[in-house]
Design a binder for this molecule. Structure first.
Ligand SMILES: Cc1cc2nc3c(=O)[nH]c(=O)nc-3n(C[C@H](O)[C@H](O)[C@H](O)COP(=O)(O)OP(=O)(O)OC[C@H]3O[C@@H](n4cnc5c(N)ncnc54)[C@H](O)[C@@H]3O)c2cc1C
Length: 502
């Protein structure tokens, strides 16, 4: 059994019984408390069954989905409900990174403040509950490495598949009860507003503005079709040799609704700037040169295939698409963080870490950062830089090799300037990887890139030193192994920086 690394909200596994058996795919709900109606794998199973039936009746004109085998809704069997389907051979074109990798990154760094921007940065990204902490490259909907003709075909295949879905006759397909009829967008705005409020962690003014604006600008001429709910290029399996869709995946958000919401959602990358963090957008990219249809061209292709004159109110649908994704991500954000923050093990390092550290130490791959031969590996900065590049590809590698910030800088300070007593008390345990440390430099009120701006004071008061100031981004402050803080402040406001060890 192997987990698909690019799986989205529901953990998905390849089941391989050997060369003579048919390969299967198992898809299950994630563990833990889930928001109502989220992770609806039962719906996905149902729609796969229906479309398989239609496919066998219509052949090439149907919507291609993986053949399904069975659904098990008993959570006692493997922890949550799951279903089995056949493996569809083909290739995925991945265009984005998953949310949880980022969430883990934040958690792992033990940062105390989470950027408000996170929710915006995470648009388009969804939950992966069982996450690998290994870093991944930023995905790119401009499909690097493809030629313009193939790119065009990929985007065309997406529009064609979307049209096939929207053309399904819901009565003939037996899907009349697959969702409510009419007022889809209004209901969706209400649902996602409720979901958002239920998982709100802090106020985001742009979301508040959208929640007021959307209900005032609802479209008035909706039609009802099957909607996929999560149309994007990496939800298709393409034939290996040509950009032809052999299966459309990830139907957990599908229902009956307004097809233009699907169309707008599929255009989200077109509205994200090319240098957008985590996922590159297509705004600012020379789409003509790349062979990627502009969003106007996509609408034109869609209208032509669906026999429509034009799409009204498209801006509304785009705003709604972004709002919906942001609501989903806020739910994911809260779920992921509450899982950690409500856990009494939230600051406990993974037990495997100590085994890996012992292994690294026994191989001599230890304290590589210290040029000082007495305490460290005695490498030059240039020699160490190559090793950093390798260690940097894995989030926890620096700790395994005892080359992790902020311990490295703190050990350098102690080895250069520490007294013998300080070295015995803190440097040696740090060098042995027995304790952790932190470094309190950055302050919210001043530009901390230039540490001379720092305002915290260190003032003598009889036998005491009084530290006064506000620090943030003090990585590792909550780590149970943290035994020493190096605090940066000033003895007098115009004076030089001092450090204080506590
Ligand atoms: C994951 C993580 C872990 C961290 N851990 C720690 C930690 O353990 N301890 C700690 O003290 N801090 C930590 N930090 C904070 C980090 O070191 C600070 O963010 C950094 O010092 C920058 O300071 P600032 O955020 O105030 O940004 P600013 O100094 O306000 O800089 C903002 C931008 O302005 C630019 N800029 C600033 N001044 C100038 C100038 N004079 N000329 C031109 N450009 C300028 C900067 O390059 C930057 O692009 C951590 C940060 C992260 C992301």
């Amino acid at each position: 059994i192997r987990e698909f690394s690019h799986g989205q909200s529901n953990p998905t596994y390849l089941i391989d019984y050997g060369p003579n058996a048919k390969k299967m795919v198992l898809r299950k709900k994630p563990p833990g408390k889930l928001l109502p109606s989220a992770h609806a794998i039962e719906r996905e199973y149902r729609v796969y069954n229906v479309f398989n039936r239609i496919m066998s009746a219509l052949g090439q004109h149907g919507v291609k989905v993986p053949p399904v085998l069975d659904l098990c809704d008993d959570p006692l069997v493997i922890g949550t409900p799951f279903y089995l389907m056949e493996l569809v051979q083909g290739q995925y074109i991945q265009v984005h990174q998953t949310f949880c990798e980022l969430a883990h990154l934040y958690i792992y760094m033990n940062t105390l403040y989470i950027y408000e921007k996170t929710i915006v940065y995470l648009l388009l990204l969804c939950l992966t509950p069982n996450v690998k902490i290994w870093g991944k490259r930023k995905r790119d909907p401009s499909l690097p490495g493809m030629n313009p003709q193939s790119r065009q075909q990929v985007y065309k295949a997406m529009v064609d598949t979307l049209c096939s879905i929207h053309k399904v006759d819901i009565n003939k397909a037996g899907l009349t009860d697959y969702g409510k009829h009419g007022n889809y967008v209004e209901r969706q705005v209400n649902i996602w507003t409720k979901q958002y409020k239920r998982s709100e962690t802090h106020s985001i003014p742009s979301m508040d503005r959208l929640m007021t604006w959307l209900p005032q600008h609802l479209p008035t001429n909706e039609t009802t079709t099957v909607v996929h709910g999560d149309i994007r290029i990496d939800n298709f399996i393409f034939r290996r040799d040509t950009p032809e869709v052999v299966a459309t995946l990830d139907w957990e958000l599908s229902t009956l609704g307004d097809p233009i919401s699907d169309l707008a959602y599929s255009c989200i990358p077109h509205f994200l700037p090319v240098n957008f963090p985590i996922i590159s957008g297509l705004k600012g990219v020379n789409m003509n040169e790349l062979g990627i249809p502009t969003h106007e061209k996509i609408l034109e292709m869609y209208c032509e295939k669906m026999n429509l004159h034009q799409i009204d109110n498209f801006d509304f649908y785009m705003a709604f698409s972004f709002f919906r994704v942001a609501s989903i991500l806020q739910g994911v954000f809260k779920q992921t963080f509450s899982r950690y923050y409500s856990s009494d093990k939230k600051w406990t390092p993974h037990p495997e870490l100590e085994n890996l550290k012992a292994k690294a130490k026994s191989e001599g791959l230890w304290n590589l950062f210290l040029p000082n031969k007495e305490y460290g590996a005695g490498l030059t900065n240039v020699e160490y830089a190559y090793l950093c590049e390798i260690m940097g590809s894995c989030l926890y590698a620096p700790e395994v090799f005892n080359c992790s910030a902020p311990d490295t800088g703190n050990m350098e300070v102690l080895s250069e300037f520490g007294t013998e007593e300080q070295k015995q008390k803190w440097l040696l345990p740090l060098l042995n990887g027995e304790i952790r440390s932190c470094f309190a430099m950055t302050e919210p009120k001043v530009a901390s890139s230039d540490a001379t701006n720092i305002e915290s004071s260190i003032v003598e008061d009889g036998d005491n030193l009084v530290l006064n100031g506000r620090k943030w981004w003090t990585s590792g402050a909550m780590d149970p192994r943290m035994k020493i803080i190096i605090f940066m402040g000033k003895n007098d406001p115009n004076g030089e920086l001092s450090v204080f060890i506590c």
